[in-house]
Write a protein that binds this ligand. Structure first.
Ligand SMILES: C[S@@+](CC[C@H](N)C(=O)[O-])C[C@H]1O[C@@H](n2cnc3c(N)ncnc32)[C@H](O)[C@@H]1O
Length: 272
C-alpha cells in the first residue's frame, strides 16, 4: 500500500508540483477528492461508526459527544458520512456537508444502506455553508479541516450555524506526526513551516494540498471565530501492538511514539 492509499486520504509521498498544477484551497481539495473518492472509500472500507482518525479508538466518543439523541447535528467534510450516520443511528437529526460530489455519492449510498432516509446531504464548502443561522446543537468533523485553507472562515461558519452554546468537535492529523519520515524515523520537516504540504499523485493526476497547523494556531483560529476550547485529546497507545494494524500509511511503531490524531472540542460563545 502506498501512502496515497492511506486512510486519511493522504497522497503519494512524491512531493512537488505535478501535472495537476499549483491549485490551492478549495479548488485543490475538490479536484483531489473528486478524483480520489472511489479509491479512498474502497480501500478504506470504512464502517459506519464514530471514527476520528488513526490511533483513536473506534466507536469511542472520547467523552466529547455526549447524548446526541434529538440534537441537530451537522458534519463538516463528511466524506462517506460513516461518522455522521452513526450519530443518526443514536437519534441525531443529521446533515452532512462536503464539497466533493464523488464523496457525497458514497455518503448517499451509505445512508441508503443503513436506512437513514432522513439524512440530509449538501454539496458545499465548509467556509460558505448554505445553512441557516442558529440551526444546530453540534458540529462534528473528522480529518477534513487539514484540507481547508481558510480555517477561521470555516470556524466562523460553524459558529454561525451553531446555536449559542453549541459545540464543535473535530479531529485533524496531529501536526507532530507528519514531521517524521516513517521509514527512517528522522525528523523530515519543521513544526513551524512547510505548510501547506503538496503531494502529487500521478495515477489520479491530482495534487493533495494539506495544511499542517501548530496546535496553538488552531486554538487561535477557534478563538478568533468565537469559540472557547473545552478539551484537546491526543488518542493513542505507547505500545505498537495496541494498534490493530498499520492504518494505511500510518506506522504502528511511529504512532506509538507520536500521536497521529488530535481532537478538539470547543463551545460557541454567544455573540456579544
Ligand atoms: C479524509 S476525508 C474525511 C471524510 C470523513 N470525515 C471521514 O472521516 O471519512 C476529508 C473530506 O473533507 C472534504 N473537504 C475538504 N475540504 C473541504 C471543504 N472546504 N469543504 C467541505 N468539505 C471539504 C473532502 O471532500 C473529503 O471528503
Amino acid at each position: 500500500m502506498t501512502s496515497a492509499e492511506d486512510g486519511d486520504g493522504d497522497g503519494d509521498e512524491r512531493s512537488g508540483s505535478g501535472g495537476a498544477g499549483d491549485h490551492c484551497g478549495e479548488e485543490a481539495a475538490k479536484t483531489w477528492w473528486d478524483a480520489w473518492a472511489d479509491h479512498f472509500q474502497t480501500v478504506g472500507d470504512i464502517d459506519v461508526g464514530v471514527a476520528r482518525g488513526p490511533g483513536a479508538p473506534h466507536d469511542d466518543d472520547l467523552g466529547l459527544l455526549g447524548d446526541v439523541a434529538g440534537e441537530d447535528v451537522v458534519e463538516l467534510g463528511c466524506g462517506g458520512a460513516q461518522f455522521g450516520l452513526a450519530l443518526a443511528d443514536r437519534g441525531a437529526d443529521y446533515t452532512g456537508v462536503d464539497l466533493s460530489s464523488a464523496q457525497l455519492a458514497h455518503a448517499r449510498a451509505n445512508a441508503a444502506g443503513v436506512g437513514a432516509s432522513d439524512a440530509t446531504f449538501i454539496e458545499a464548502s465548509v467556509t460558505d455553508l448554505p445553512l441557516p443561522t442558529d440551526a444546530f446543537d453540534l458540529a462534528v468533523s473528522a480529518f477534513a479541516f487539514q484540507w481547508v485553507e481558510d480555517l477561521t472562515g470555516c470556524f466562523r461558519e460553524a459558529h454561525r450555524v451553531l446555536r449559542p452554546g453549541g459545540r464543535l468537535v473535530f479531529s485533524v492529523d496531529h501536526p507532530c506526526y507528519k514531521l517524521f519520515d516513517p521509514e527512517s524515523g528522522d525528523v523530515a520537516r519543521s513544526y513551524f513551516g512547510d505548510s501547506p504540504r503538496r503531494e502529487y499523485s500521478e495515477p489520479f493526476d491530482a495534487e493533495m494540498v494539506v495544511y499542517s497547523r501548530p496546535v496553538s494556531e488552531t486554538v487561535a483560529h477557534l478563538d478568533d471565530a468565537g469559540f472557547t476550547v473545552e478539551a484537546i485529546r491526543e488518542p493513542g497507545y505507547a505500545d505498537p501492538d495496541e494498534y490493530e494494524s498499520a492504518f494505511g500509511g500510518f506506522d504502528p511503531e511511529l504512532m506509538a511514539d507520536v500521536p497521529p490524531t488530535v481532537v478538539y472540542a470547543a463551545r460557541a460563545c454567544p455573540e456579544l
